[in-house]
Ligand binder design. Structure first.
Ligand code: AMP
Ligand code: MG
Length: 313
């Protein structure tokens, strides 16, 4: 068994080469992205992808996001229409995942899409992840690097705590800048689209590229695995708390101070970046319960509210 320090791979040329070799050989690596840390495997290997499901303890009907180095690489995996091209141009590299029709000739392991005719693709913006994807030249399947239903990791130590003995080597990219999972957009074949998961790319920004979200009329695209209970810190969570009970750890926001504060200035981007860190702190505190101050729902607040609702479910 290797010690904790041995699990970290430095984000230099040698580290990228090591991570790339291990992935090529079908091993898992925890990787940094601007959203959260991912548990990555080469997406074209059924055995490697099976290790992701095993390590996370994840039900296998839950499809994975495939990470690519470029739009060009994504076009080998999925069919891009005009709207998809415009979204990629606007937000890639970055925290936007698109669910698109999968190409039959893509060589992606079927378990990645859990049998769906679609595939979720993203070109991430974290410089270390970008270098890794360039170096390996293969698409990487990666869900968040935590046990199924747990709080997503935004720092290497969160990955170690969540995965414990099963933790693979972690490519060290420091704390994640955005701290919330990518926005997921499904482009439907009737010209409409759906926001399957709110995230750092706000609904309004997506609407400015592809127009307002319309009611579904064509094929309905579900996001399997968008479970009501998720991101659970393992204690009861009470939302919109303006006062606290003595047995509660309060996660504050703006002027509501709390035991820790998402953003004393009331900045929603900072609150998003700190959300999982605060949930990890609250989970580790001696208090048996967690309370969270009210957070405005606009902009990035939509994604924060979505994650909090599921942490509280
Ligand atoms: P995570 O693995 O935690 O980043 O979550 C991945 C999310 O992407 C899950 O909510 C999946 O349901 C969603 N997803 C991945 N592939 C597809 C797909 N082909 N169609 C719809 N949703 C997908
Ligand atoms: Mg996850």
């Amino acid at each position: 068994m290797v010690g904790d320090a041995d699990k970290l791979i430095a984000p230099d040329a040698q580290g990228i080469a090591t991570a790339s070799e291990l992935l090529r050989a079908g091993e898992l690596i925890a990787v940094p992205t601007e959203t959260v840390y991912g548990l990555a495997a080469r997406a074209d290997s059924a055995d490697a992808v099976a290790k992701i499901y095993r390590t996370k303890g994840r039900p296998d009907f839950n499809p994975l996001i495939v990470h690519v180095a470029s739009l060009e690489q994504a076009e080998h995996l999925a069919s891009f229409d005009k709207r998809a091209h415009r979204l990629a141009e606007a937000f890639w590299p970055g925290p936007l995942t698109m669910v698109l029709p999968a190409r039959a000739d893509s060589a992606i392991a079927p378990a990645v899409s859990a049998g769906l005719p679609t595939i979720a693709v993203r070109c991430p913006g974290h410089p270390v992840m970008a270098r890794l994807l360039d170096a390996i030249g293969l698409p990487l399947a990666a869900p968040s690097a935590n046990r199924s239903l747990g709080v997503s990791p935004t720092r290497p130590d969160h990955v170690r705590e969540s995965l414990g003995e099963d933790c693979p080597p972690i490519l060290d990219g420091g704390p994640c800048a955005m701290g919330l999972e990518s926005s997921i957009v499904a482009l439907r074949d009737d010209g409409g689209w759906s926001l399957l998961r709110p995230g750092p790319v706000e609904r309004g920004a997506i609407e400015s590229i592809v127009g307002p979200q319309s009611a579904a009329s064509g094929t309905k695209i579900e996001a399997p695995g968008q479970m009501r209970k998720h991101y659970s810190p393992g204690k009861p969570v009470r939302l919109d708390a303006t006062q606290i009970a003595p047995d509660e750890f309060l996660i504050g926001f703006a002027a509501i101070e709390g035991n820790t504060n998402l953003s004393p200035q009331g900045d929603l981007a900072e609150a998003a970046a700190r959300l999982y860190q605060c949930l990890h702190e609250a989970a580790a505190a001696p208090h048996p319960k967690i309370a969270v101050a009210p957070i405005p729902r606009e902009g990035m607040g939509e994604a924060i509210a979505d994650r909090l609702r599921r942490a509280a479910a």
